[in-house]
Design a protein around this ligand. Structure first.
Ligand SMILES: Cc1cc2nc3c(=O)[nH]c(=O)nc-3n(C[C@H](O)[C@H](O)[C@H](O)COP(=O)(O)OP(=O)(O)OC[C@H]3O[C@@H](n4cnc5c(N)ncnc54)[C@H](O)[C@@H]3O)c2cc1C
Length: 353
């Protein structure tokens, strides 16, 4: 069995490394930071993602359970000032701690990778085409939302902007979202394992005065006061309808870099795990992996078009349309359930595994 190099020790990279090692390869992971858990400025953070942990875990051969993957107790949306609320299981949501703490999903996957015999080298960054050219064929590149690898591999990307804040927060996990004129995307607050995270994000820079208005609403309606707000910038692979791709030259892509992210809400946790396993399969069988990848990202294009159309709507139209949809979902869920279930299929891998 050959040596397999994986660049990036995030969700997709660690999943790929675990699978390659379990298949008998000698695996080496190269990670830019001196530790596991990505950008220390963002974490600990809480991502919420639609996921069926039992089904996904069985497919991955990785048990997904608390504290790494935990169902929130409630899902609440504030849509232009109107409150809507549901049991979180209606949306198949799961909370996932991210970062370097022992309760994060990265730490759990890192432990499994070490058990499987994966070796790690910290402090190596893929920065340029020359760096990429030095890596052997079949290297898996899974560097997430940072721009360097997109540029080094000449992949289309879209910049995202926002503000983030985190802190300690005890209590049952909740997920709260905001559709408002704060951003053209959405804002959210989530907590799990005693930590919380708030994010305002957009595909354009978020205005400071709108952030201040949202902070006021967060304080008033949710009783959450966070003081350490920071500017956040990253990239996502939803620029083009053809963003999902498994290969770049003789390299294999995984996670965000492979376009395994839903273009509407930018959910990427579930799909990164799925895509890590597909990348590992590609090391030994490109045709099988490509077929799997194509099937699992087949609904991407619908989500991409839907997001484009949604992006064109002025706020007054969203206020009417989204509030109406959410009210129907709250009161007559049976009417919208088929549409809700279908929309989950736009998350790469969700409906196909
Ligand atoms: C603020 C924020 C909030 C989010 N919220 C949600 C959410 O609520 N729900 C959801 O489903 N998704 C969410 N996402 C998206 C989700 O985090 C990503 O889709 C997912 O982490 C992608 O996994 P990945 O393995 O591709 O990358 P990551 O998990 O980000 O891992 C990339 C790894 O590669 C390393 N790396 C980066 N660049 C290099 C380089 N050049 N050379 C070497 N190593 C490198 C990084 O340090 C990191 O360890 C959010 C993302 C952000 C930034």
């Amino acid at each position: 069995m050959a040596e397999v190099i994986v660049v990036g020790a995030g969700l997709a990279g660690l999943t790929a490394a675990i699978h390659c090692a379990r298949a008998g390869h000698d695996v080496r992971v190269l990670e830019r930071y001196g530790h596991i858990g990505g950008m220390a400025e963002i974490h600990p953070s809480v991502d919420v993602t639609p996921m069926d942990p039992e089904r996904l875990g069985a497919w991955l051969g990785i048990e997904l359970k608390p504290p790494y993957v935990t169902p929130p107790t409630v899902f609440r949306v504030w849509c232009y000032g109107r409150k809507h609320e549901w049991p979180a299981e209606w949306h198949h949501l799961q909370s996932v701690e991210r970062g370097a703490r022992s309760t994060s999903l990265e730490s759990y996957l890192y432990g499994l990778a070490r058990e499987a015999g994966v070796r790690f080298e910290f402090g190596w960054t893929l920065r340029s085409q020359a760096d990429a050219a030095q890596l052997p064929p079949n290297t898996i590149i899974a560097t997430g939302l940072m721009v360097e690898a997109f540029e080094a591999l000449n992949l289309p990307f879209q910049q995202v902007y926002g503000y983030i804040a985190n802190g300690r927060f005890e209590g049952a996990p909740v997920m709260v979202g905001w559709f408002d004129d704060y951003t053209r995307d959405y804002n959210y607050f989530a907590n799990v394992n005693g930590v919380c995270f708030a994010l305002a994000f957009d595909r354009r820079p978020v205005r400071k005065d709108l952030l201040e208005r949202w902070r006021e609403q967060l304080r008033r309606d949710e009783g959450v006061e966070l003081g350490n707000w920071k500017v956040h910038e990253g990239v996502v692979a939803v620029r083009s309808i053809r963003n999902p791709r498994l290969f770049a030259g003789n390299k294999i892509l995984a996670g965000t870099l492979a376009g395994m992210q839903d273009p509407f809400c930018l959910f990427g946790v579930h799909s990164s795990l799925v895509s890590g396993k597909i990348a590992a399969i590609a090391v030994d069988d490109k045709a099988e992996a490509y077929d799997l990848f194509r099937r699992m990202s087949s609904a991407y294009k619908y989500s991409w078009v839907a997001r484009r159309l949604f992006g064109l709507q002025p706020h007054w139209m969203r206020n009417v349309g989204v509030n109406l949809g959410l009210s129907v979902w709250e009161r007559r869920p049976a009417l919208l359930r088929p549409m809700m279930e279908w929309s989950l299929r736009t998350i790469p891998g969700y409906g196909k595994i």
